[in-house]
Design a binder for this molecule. Structure first.
Ligand code: SAH
Length: 374
């Protein structure tokens, strides 16, 4: 049996130091290696000319640098760029770059598909296949950083922000997400500040507590509903960790740091969660929580039952929140033409959960009521 080589792309500083220790090398090699891979984009151990030939041979016997393959990429008229990335097992994930005047945000996936099955999210409707390993997560940043390099007409630091808001629930792939975020923050690699790397969660409460201990990145919570009854439907993990528990963690999350806020994401679904009563409930819910609210106009996808709230309704909702002293923004919708907007990332997921098959059956029964429930 051949043992798979270690993919050095996925090692953070600590893991890279351990790697060189086992080779009997000094720890400064870790810094050199991280810089070579992530800053200079080296993907061939042979090209590490600052390393002696015997060391390169020793390394190459057990390790390599394997970035993921780009299967397809496209750019929308507004400059939003999407990569479809094919993994070694054939599954595909998606990564999106959103350029703005003063910043460029990369939206990174953490899993192939998602188990959480939020009712308005097309990734959720794909079912779930598996977690990404750390190399596959940071590999998305590596691919984007190379494509958005100076040689390709971008300025030196095109990626100023990273959000873990692509496919998957990052907190259900905890260790690999932590390692890859360590690499995003590392000065030898991408050197982003903790305020410019954001993890977004649907509210996996115990893991949020663990995250607080292990990383100081920014936190976003997919709230989407101001009461349990509605949130149970839209974000089903709410049945396990209801709003009271979720809000308790949010209240204390940044308690040691003034002027840091949890971002509450709230997708605007026409007639579902966008009425004055919902704004009122939301104000009450967030009363003593250091939070700011991001309203996201819903991005429709085939077969969804939901519709986007109209702009007047979204504006009214935002003003009601702001009048109550809540910091609130409406997120611009970007990249719709290439299916690169929030919640539209689907990739190609080998659905181990059979969710797609169950959904198709359900839709068939709806279309043909003579067929009984299986
Ligand atoms: N699982 C994580 C991160 C992935 S989703 C989470 O739930 O936070 C990133 C954001 O996009 C979440 O706030 C999610 O609720 C939102 N989203 C999902 N589908 C959407 C859609 N169709 N339109 C707009 N936003 C959507």
């Amino acid at each position: 049996m051949t043992v798979a080589k270690i993919n050095l792309l996925g090692l953070d500083y600590q893991a890279m130091q351990d790697f060189f220790k086992t080779l009997g090398e000094k720890s400064y090699r870790a810094e050199q290696m991280l810089k070579a891979i992530h800053f200079h984009g080296v993907r061939d151990i042979e090209k590490l000319t600052t390393f002696s030939k015997p060391l390169r041979e020793k390394m190459a016997a057990i390790a390599d640098i394997r970035p993921p393959d780009v299967a397809f990429e496209s750019t929308a008229p507004d400059g939003t760029h999407k990569w479809v990335i094919r993994l070694s097992d054939g599954n595909c994930i998606e990564t999106v770059f959103i350029p703005e005047t003063k910043r460029g945000t990369l939206c990174v996936s953490s899993q192939v598909g998602c188990v959480l099955n939020c009712d308005f999210c097309s990734t959720g409707k794909q079912g779930f296949s598996r977690n990404l390993d750390a190399a596959e997560i940071i590999g998305q940043v590596w691919v984007a950083a190379r494509a958005l390099s100076r040689e390709n007409g971008y300025h030196d630091h095109a990626i100023t922000n990273i959000v873990m808001m692509g496919m998957g629930e990052p907190l259900l792939n905890f260790d690999n997400v932590i390692s890859s975020m360590n690499i995003m923050l590392d000065d030898f690699c991408y050197g982003l500040s903790k305020r410019r790397v954001t993890l977004s969660t649907a509210g996996v409460v115990p893991k949020m507590l663990e995250l607080r201990e292990k990383s100081d990145v920014a936190l976003a919570v997919s709230l989407h509903a101001p009461n349990d009854e509605l949130r149970d439907i839209l974000v089903p993990i709410n049945k396990k960790y209801p709003l009271k528990e979720l809000m308790r963690v949010c209240r204390d999350y940044f308690k040691d740091e003034k002027r840091r806020y949890v971002t509450m994401e709230y997708v605007m679904l026409a007639g579902v969660n966008d009425q004055p009563i919902h704004a009122k409930q939301l104000i009450a819910l967030l009363r003593d929580i250091p939070a700011k609210v991001n309203l996201i106009p819903f991005n429709p996808f085939p077969e969804t039952i939901y519709k986007r709230s109209d702009m007047d309704t979204i504006d009214r909702f935002r003003l009601t929140l702001m009048d109550a002293g809540i910091n609130c923004l409406t997120r611009k919708t970007r990249g719709e033409e290439i299916d690169a907007a929030c919640g539209q990332l689907v990739g190609e997921v080998q659905d181990r959960t059979q969710r797609v098959a169950r959904l198709a059956k359900k839709n068939q029964r709806r279309a043909d009521p003579r067929q009984k429930e299986a």
